[in-house]
Design a protein around this ligand. Structure first.
Ligand code: SF4
Length: 164
């Protein structure tokens, strides 16, 4: 993993999804540990953060996806549209979690700036962390091109963002 391998301890740490580091913070209270991410965190080269937990969403929590402004799926909207107020993040039964997703993404972005991070390695497919692909808002498991809310915000902040 280029970003993680290249980062010496203490210099420009890489922001990583906490669930990739082994923290059971996913909506279903599971983790998705990635050995390279776990090692990078253990060696002080990466900082694990979970935007949804920092946005005050609990564990476990209902899954959520990005939808259009009126709650419709399959619009092609992504996290950048959420940042710009053109899309929302909702649960399958319509609960609007947009504010929590924005708060959590901003908390991670502020910490990234504080520690001088220049890159992030995030969990694929997540409405927060997905980079380059997210679920389409129909809760049918269909992936479409686009970023999650956090991935979009970190890109705007100038970080190199990849998912795995
Ligand atoms: S918000 Fe990111 S770090 Fe948190 S559980 Fe979802 S994918 Fe993992």
């Amino acid at each position: 993993m280029e970003d993680l391998d290249a980062a010496p301890a203490g210099a420009h740490p890489v922001i990583v999804s906490a669930c990739l580091a082994g923290v059971p913070c996913r909506y279903d209270a599971t983790a998705r540990p990635d050995p390279e991410v776990v090692a990078a965190v253990a060696e002080g080269r990466a900082v694990p953060l979970c935007a949804e937990v920092l946005g005050s969403l609990g564990v476990p929590r209902p899954p959520a996806e990005v939808v259009g402004p009126d709650g419709e799926g399959a619009t092609g909207a992504d996290g950048a549209d959420v940042l710009d107020g053109r899309a929302r993040v909702v649960t399958a039964d319509g609960q609007d979690l947009t504010r929590a997703f924005l708060d959590g993404a901003r908390a991670v972005a502020e910490h990234a700036e504080r520690v001088g991070a220049r890159s992030a390695v995030l969990r694929a497919g997540s409405p927060s962390c997905g980079a380059g692909g997210i679920y389409d808002g129909t809760f049918s498991g269909r992936l479409v091109p686009g970023d999650g809310v956090l991935a979009a915000l970190l890109r705007r902040q100038g970080l190199s963002v990849r998912s795995r």
